[in-house]
Design a protein around this ligand. Structure first.
Ligand SMILES: C[S@@+](CC[C@H](N)C(=O)[O-])C[C@H]1O[C@@H](n2cnc3c(N)ncnc32)[C@H](O)[C@@H]1O
Length: 226
């Protein structure tokens, strides 16, 4: 659970360098994770997709490219982050807080949230809102960082997360403090079975997580309870 005011301020401060920092810190692998997510979504042939916590719109654009017939909408509570999406020519955007979405019940077939749920003030409340705006049977895709479980890789990654990532991100964005928070939030965020249970306790069924790149990221797919 995070302090919304702090999170908003942190993203406003890194907005202009967010995409560059992402690609450098992940060596471009973040693009592959978004592509994997959009390929899965394309199989569902959705008509209405909400990308919550869209930020710079990278995931929204990947989903739109994979699903040309869908209407993909991005929503975020940070206007400076969404300005980056506009610069990247993604314009279907709405300013909205994940805790109280300005959409009718059942408005979407698919909802995606990439690296966003982790930063929200209440994970259960955010998931319940996501469930509310999905149609019965609609699908949720949560893409986020996780900590690898394989011994050796786990220790190496934790060292990178605590000591290297905030330093490199600090050089790129001049906002080391924001990345110290973001890196710390990854360790506190549930993953694997724990995340599947959290999703199923808040309006969804059959949540299933897939570890990506040794478990550095995870993609969870779930269906809205009917
Ligand atoms: C790490 S960025 C992710 C951007 C994008 N989804 C991606 O794949 O790179 C996290 C985004 O979550 C947004 N966010 C955090 N809490 C939010 C909330 N309660 N409601 C809406 N957006 C939120 C932030 O403003 C930020 O743009």
């Amino acid at each position: 659970m995070q302090d919304a005011g702090f999170v908003r301020q942190a993203f406003a401060s890194i907005a202009r360098r967010y995409v560059v920092a992402n690609h450098v810190l992940s060596l471009g692998i973040d693009c592959l994770w978004r592509r994997t997510t959009s390929k899965r979504i394309a199989k569902l042939a959705p008509k209405r997709v909400l990308d919550l916590a869209t930020g710079s719109g990278d995931l929204a654009q990947a989903v739109q490219a994979a699903c040309p017939d869908a209407k993909v909408l991005g929503a975020d509570f940070s206007v400076p982050m969404m300005r980056e999406a506009q610069i990247r020519h993604f314009h279907r955007l709405v300013a909205a807080d994940g805790m109280a979405l300005p959409f009718q019940d059942g408005a979407f077939d698919v909802l995606t949230v990439g690296f966003g749920l982790r930063n929200m003030a209440s994970w259960p409340k955010a998931l319940q809102e996501m469930s509310r705006v999905l149609r019965p049977g609609g699908r949720l895709f949560v893409l986020d960082f996780s900590i690898p479980r394989v011994p050796g890789i786990r220790q190496l990654y934790l060292f990178y997360l605590k000591h290297i990532m905030p330093r490199i991100a600090g050089w790129i964005t001049c906002q080391r403090g924001a990345y110290e928070y973001l890196c710390g939030s990854i360790e506190r965020f549930p993953s694997g079975k724990e995340m599947e249970e959290l999703i199923c306790a808040n309006g969804f069924q059959s949540a299933h997580g897939t570890a990506l790149t040794f478990g550095i990221a995870s993609l969870y797919e779930a269906q809205k309870q009917s």
